[in-house]
Ligand binder design. Structure first.
Ligand code: HEC
Length: 400
């Protein structure tokens, strides 16, 4: 019976395990100053692009039924990632397919926008373990550069009500004003919406507004999709990047209501700065498959009741008891998965739709700290944990 179970389980796992871990990316060293590099700069031809898969973030339930339905069927997306550095700055380019160009217009706030983000691990004394991918965790900050596609927007009074400030219908009366206004928009408008956040956990997200991060981003849409670029210093008040730079990439698709948590996300990806010594342990952690046995891991997960609280695979019923794990293998490192099993309270997934699981809270507050309601599995032996981690790594959507 046990043999039969293994055989049945292995059939499902073999197909999804075919996708290996993300490759390391080499940030090519250039002598030109990258401060002013643009998305269409010829320098980018020196970058070596690698394919990284971004998976739908499905941990958390939304308050919005339509959003939940969209995310339920969302697939993994391929992105091409390349990088350059000049010893002072790192430049990252992310290319991804998206046929529809969804751009923020200041007159219609109900339009969802295409966008992308590059997340860096903030500087801490300990390089490992890496921060929780969804906005960092206590003591392990992240710095997130968010870029959204915007139309040319110029608002004289800053209230996003341009339509009431200029009446387009009355060209007869306002013709000259309109022409002046359009000229002003063309000269002053910004097409870049870029924000930088620092976070040490979901609710601690703070926007950096004081110009202390000198970054520069852009998004260009072409027939194949988007091409997003970001340049930032290797070192500033928040990060100290050297050797191997772990980054995580997120993309939002406005045509499927992409916003906030409704996005596709990569796991941490290693970018090695050419000419510097790579962090061998981190590169190996981020680029190799786990050594455990995923088939045995699935059996162990069932024996230990993981699926009593979690939706594990897409076909399983949804559960409000705990985050859905159906894409967890796509955006988590093995180290994070191991820690989740052995020390559930080390990082507590926030679950911002607490109404949905009001009777089954994901954590309780004890002495001011969030304590996970997940069973502590530190009694499991190392081999079983390795096997469960290998199984969890197979949990991810098909790639589009
Ligand atoms: C009693 C219910 C319960 C059981 C049983 C349980 N979990 Fe959890 N698990 C939770 C809750 C609640 C959270 C969210 C709070 C937190 O981060 O600890 C969670 C979080 C996680 C996370 C992090 C998810 C994310 O999105 O980052 C992983 C991974 C995980 N569990 C794996 C497991 C595995 C593997 C097992 C079985 C060995 C298991 N869980 C058994 C309740 C449970």
């Amino acid at each position: 019976m046990k043999k039969l179970l293994s055989t049945i389980l292995s059939l499902g796992i073999a197909a999804s395990a075919a996708l290996a871990a993300n490759p390391a990316i080499s940030a090519v060293k250039v002598s030109d100053n990258l401060d002013t590099i643009k998305a269409d700069s010829a320098l980018w031809s020196k970058a070596k692009f690698e394919t990284v898969i971004l998976y739908p973030q499905t941990s958390i339930e939304f308050n919005d039924k339509k959003a939940n339905a969209l995310v339920a069927n969302a697939k993994g997306k391929k992105a091409q990632i390349g990088a350059l550095h000049d010893g002072k700055n790192i430049a990252v380019m992310v290319k991804w397919a998206d046929k529809t160009k969804d751009v923020e217009q200041c007159m219609s706030s109900d339009v969802y926008t295409d966008g992308f983000a590059v997340q860096f691990a903030g500087s801490t004394k300990k390089a490992q373990p890496l921060p929780y991918i969804g906005m960092g965790s206590e003591g392990r900050p992240v710095v997130v550069h968010l870029q959204k596609a915007t139309a040319k927007v110029y608002e004289p009074n800053g209230n996003k009500d341009v339509s009431t400030q200029i009446n387009r219908q009355q060209t007869g009366v306002f013709g000259k004003e309109l022409a002046d206004y359009d000229a002003k928009v063309a000269s002053l408008a910004k097409t870049d919406y870029e924000k930088v956040f620092v976070a040490e956990g979901f609710r601690s997200t703070t926007e950096v507004k004081d110009n202390s991060v000198k970054s520069n981003g852009a998004m260009v849409h072409g027939p194949a999709g988007w091409n997003g670029t970001l340049v930032r210093p290797l070192k500033d008040a928040y990060v100290n990047l050297n050797g191997t730079v772990p980054v995580a990439i997120a993309v939002w698709d406005g045509s499927t209501m992409g916003r906030n948590g409704l996005k596709n996300l990569s796991s941490w990806v290693a970018i090695n700065l050419e000419g510097q010594k790579p962090a061998a342990a981190m590169v190996s952690e981020l680029t190799s498959d786990t050594k455990g046995d995923a088939v045995k891991g699935k059996e162990a997960a069932m024996t230990n009741g993981c699926n009593g609280c979690h939706q594990m695979e897409a076909a399983d019923a949804k559960s409000f008891m705990a985050p859905s794990l159906k894409n967890i293998g796509g955006y988590s490192t093995s180290a994070y998965l191991r820690e989740s099993i052995l020390k559930p309270s080390a990082v507590v997934v926030p679950g911002y739709n607490r109404n949905a699981h009001a009777n089954t809270p994901w954590y309780n507050i004890e002495k001011g700290k969030r304590v996970s309601t997940m069973t502590d599995y530190s009694f499991l032996d190392k081999e079983t944990v390795d096997n469960i981690v290998a199984y969890l790594k197979t949990l991810k959507a098909e790639v589009e």
